[in-house]
Design a protein around this ligand. Sequence first.
Ligand code: UDP
Length: 152
Amino acid sequence: NRIHYKEQFMAIERTFSIIKPNAVAQNVIGEIERRFEQAGLTIIAMKMLKLTREEAEGFYAEHKGKPFFAGLIDFMTSGPMIVQVLEGENAIHHNRELMGATDPAKAAPGTIRADFGSHEQVSANAVHGSDSPISAAREIRYFFTEDELFPH
Ligand code: UDP
């Protein structure tokens, strides 16, 4: 019915986001956070950390065995990054739209990956964002405990 439809459409979600090492190194953390905030997504948790290889491999376990896996792990352990939780209406899809396509060279103009990702190295695409509710729940749990989340 109408009420059910509206509730689904307006769902407040949480998604997991990373500002990857290349974006931190380029000093554009603030530029990226501004885009999330101006789009109506709220940062309800964040920290800066440098991943070990074991942590990076666990996070990207679904990609193990793919040709880009070793390069991705090298890149994700190359420097500090920001891990965070964003909350808002349709946060998972909304964040994916703001990010743009995986390959920065193919991402739509004005997206975060087009503007801050490397056009030579797909792994260095500036940001990560969960691709489904199940991934979001797993990824948030991978980096945060419940008492590290601060919903408004
Ligand atoms: N990646 C890569 N080469 C590829 C595909 C992916 O280096 O050919 C990296 C890239 O950093 C990407 C991550 O692996 O963000 C995870 O890939 P996925 O297909 O899940 O893309 P995403 O959901 O991040 O857009």
